[in-house]
Design a protein around this ligand. Structure first.
Ligand code: ZN
Length: 80
């Protein structure tokens, strides 16, 4: 079983689509709960960590470039 690794700033692929049709979410706050922002409509939601881990499929783009690189995407520069 693969451990899900994610961190602040990552864009993750969710199992369920958001009502707007996008299933990509950006992690904008981490703690006991995780705040994610829909890439499609910019709506943000707060979800318990356990629920988030259950609902996410994988990290699409990692904030610090250590995550899996897929689809030939060029990493963007991190902004402070
Ligand atoms: Zn949305």
């Amino acid at each position: 079983m693969e451990r899900k690794v994610f961190q602040l700033g990552d864009v993750v692929l969710m199992k369920k689509n958001h009502p707007c049709g996008s299933n990509e979410m950006e992690i904008i706050r981490m703690g006991m709960d995780i705040r994610i922002k829909c890439v499609g409509c910019k709506h943000s939601v707060l979800v318990p960590r356990a629920k988030f881990e259950k609902n996410m499929r994988k990290v699409l783009r990692s904030a610090n470039h250590t995550g899996p690189v897929e689809h030939g995407l060029t990493p963007t520069d991190t902004e402070e």
